[in-house]
Design a binder for this molecule. Sequence first.
Ligand code: 13P
Length: 289
Amino acid sequence: MTLISTTPMLEKARADKHGIVAFNVHSFDSIYWVLEAAAEMKSPVILQTTVGTVRSLGAKNIVEVAKSASEHFSIPTGLHLDHCTDFQVIKEAIRAGYTSVMIDASMHPFEENVARTQEVMKLAKSLGVNVEAELGKVGGVEDDIVVAEEDAQKAIPAECRQFVELTGVPTLAPAIGTAHGIYKGKPNIDFDRIADIADLVDVPLVLHGGSAVPIEEVKRCVSFGMAKVNVSTELKNAYSKAIKVHFEQEPDSLDPRAYLQKAKEAAIEMAKSKIKMVGSENKVVPSFV
Ligand code: 13P
């Protein structure tokens, strides 16, 4: 088992009406424990890194560790570059062996978003690398991409269709009311809009801002074909809070194996609950293995 393109994975998930979680990983060991959770659930999974993580760990190193973990756990694994605005970093990730990339040109006018996505498609398509693009603007904070609540914009269904026709992009992330990070109030997901987009667009859709969205609402999004569900904040928080609690309870217990084990266990439980939420447990099919 090695890293696979996320296109067939997500197309199959959409056809079978379940989701695949794309977990943001921030360290080498998080790659291992996400895959340990996926292996326990017998679930395909996507690892994703922001540009900040590529800068801190290095694209080639991330690919090597992801490959080795995917072989170790024998789990179909995609490796995706999340929210990238820089064509050079996209090239670097593809060269290193990422199997999916996101070109985030959602801050630009529609025509420029199309042009930038077409440029990435030219490079990625022949190499079998999946491409994700965003329409509308997802609010909240993801690394150094910050969109204030008042600047968040929902995607327009007719533009989604036109965008997919013009770019041929195999996965689309339309902004539909979720936000990155933990919500202050209840997320205001526009289900009618998702239904309209899903009617017009024949590719798997991506739900950004998957943390702290009520389970039933995520399931409803998935039922409309939002096959990739991104989760970052809740996973990070579960891991870091376990370390915080460890030091509150045992301030002199400084062996990293003690607190990292607790953090890993908390993160694995969180990851498993998200996999269950999208219904991808026991979905490792022979064609993926
Ligand atoms: P959360 O941090 O809200 O889980 O969002 C993750 C995400 O959408 C990454 O692109």
